[in-house]
Design a protein. Structure first.
Length: 192
């Protein structure tokens, strides 16, 4: 049976777009169904992209709201969707313990670094500023900390030939877009 998933975004949603393409005609087609794209920002460009795919979109603005109050609203909104997983695909908001417990071990994130070395926003900037020759992209479960959940899979990213941050980001996003769907496919298939 196909997993029912929601994709959470806050911006352009390039990882969301890659997942939607794979769910429609690629490797995720037989293992999951994207039933919702959710954003905490009404101006998130990815919402329009999702609509072009014919995917239901929802938005609740998080601006000025306490984390737990906002998450309580989102939990209520999600109830009718009967989700198996929530996939954070560029969702730039830390989830409360209330939200984590409602979807325990069913929230997955992608992070542009080794989560043991760098947590939070700006993983590619950090790697570039540290003059690293390689960095990592990590897919992990979400827990109460920032990028501290159990690692599902990690891939090395060679950035030794990159001379600008833009090159690092371009190379990193290309890996993210391929990797995320492959990891989700493997996870969803082993859980059937």
């Amino acid at each position: 049976m196909k997993k029912r998933i929601a994709l959470f975004i806050s911006g352009r949603g390039s990882n969301m777009d890659a997942i939607l393409r794979q769910a429609r005609e690629g490797i995720l087609r037989d293992v999951c169904r994207v039933v919702l794209v959710f954003s905490n920002r009404s101006d998130a460009k990815g919402l329009q992209t999702a609509k072009c795919y014919g995917i239901k979109t929802e938005c609740i603005s998080s601006k000025g709201k306490k984390r737990e109050d906002f998450d309580r609203e989102v939990i209520e909104l999600l109830k009718p969707y009967d989700l198996d997983y929530i996939i954070l695909a560029g969702y730039m908001r830390l989830l409360s313990s209330l939200f984590i417990s409602a979807y325990k071990d069913r929230i997955i994130n992608i992070h542009p670094a080794d989560t043991k070395s760098f947590q939070g926003v700006g993983g590619y900037s950090w790697a570039f500023e540290q003059d690293l020759k390689k960095t990592y992209v990590t897919v992990h479960y979400v827990d109460e900390g920032m990028d501290t959940g159990d690692i599902i899979e990690q891939r090395e990213l060679d950035i030794s030939d990159c001379t600008t941050l833009e090159e690092v980001e371009t190379k990193g996003l290309a890996l993210e877009h391929k990797m995320f769907s492959k990891v989700l496919k493997k996870l969803f298939e082993t859980e059937k």
